[in-house]
Design a protein around this ligand. Sequence first.
Ligand code: ATR
Length: 278
Amino acid sequence: MLRLGLIGHPVGHSLSPWIHERLMEHEGLEGTYELFDIDPDTFDHQIHELKDKGLDGFNITVPYKEKIIPYLDEVDSSARELGAVNTVKNTARGWVGYNTDGIGFAVSVRNRYPELFYNEQRVLIIGSGGASRGIYHALLEAGLSKIDIANRTIEKAEEVIKSASTNSESKALSLDKAVEQLNDYGLIVQTTVVGMSPNDHTAIIPLYNLKEGTVVSDIVYRPLETRFLQEAKNRGAKLHFGHEMLLQQAVYAFHIWTDTNPDASLLLEGFEKKLKGV
Ligand code: ATR
C-alpha cells in the first residue's frame, strides 16, 4: 500500500491527487495521495509529525520548496544547485529531495519536439522566478546551451544565469530587446504569471517578430490556451502547453517513488477534460 501526499499552503485546489490516483490505477498499485495544508506558523512541528507518519513519498508546493531542505537527509545534486525541492522519497537513507519541475518541462518538450535537441536551437526563457530557474537548469542539463533569459527586471535574469554552474552562452535581456530579436529563437518559453486567469486577456510580449515554425511554450495552464499561445498559433508557431509540463513533472515524481515508467501521454486527454471541467 503506497502512501503519498502533498504539503503546501494552500493545497485545496491541487491537481496532484487526480494525477497520482490515475497513475496508481494505471500501474496497478494500491495507495493514497493525501493533502497536507501546513500553516506557516506550525511548519516545524508539522514536518516532524509527517516524519512519524512514514509516507513513502510526498510533493512540496508553494511556499515550502526551499524551506523543506534543512529537514532532508539527502538532496539530489540538481535540486541542491537549484535550491528548491518539489519531491521527497522516503528511503533507507532517510528523506531524499529532488526537483522534477524543470525536468518535467524538458522531458515533455523533448517528447513533443525532439528536433529542438537534435539540431541545437537557440532558446528564449521569459521570466526569472522559480519556474524559470528550474527550466533553465533542466534545459542546460538536457544539452541545450544557447539559452537567453528576458525579464522585466534584468538583474533577476542575470541572477538566474549565474545560479547554474554549467558554462553557457546565455545572455540576460530586457523584454523590449527580446521582442526585437524574437526571430533568433527556435524555442520560446513563457514562465511568468502574466496571462493567467482571470487576467487571461494579457500577454507578456507582442509576437510580431516571431518566425513561423518556432516552438512556443507557456507554463500557464489556466486557461489551457493562453493569449500568448493564441497569438503564437496565429503566427504559425508550434505550441507546447503548461499542462503538459505539469503532468510530466508529476509522472517523473511518481517514477522516483515507484520505479515505474508511466507514459504521461496516456493521461493527457483525461487531464485536459479535468482542467476544462468536463
Ligand atoms: P515563480 O517563482 O512562480 O516562477 P515569481 O518568483 O513570482 O514566480 O516570479 C514571477 C516572474 O514573473 C518574474 O520574472 C516577474 O518579473 P520581475 O522579476 O520583474 O518581477 C514576472 N512578472 C510578474 N508580473 C509581471 C508583469 N506584470 N510584467 C512582467 N513581468 C512580470
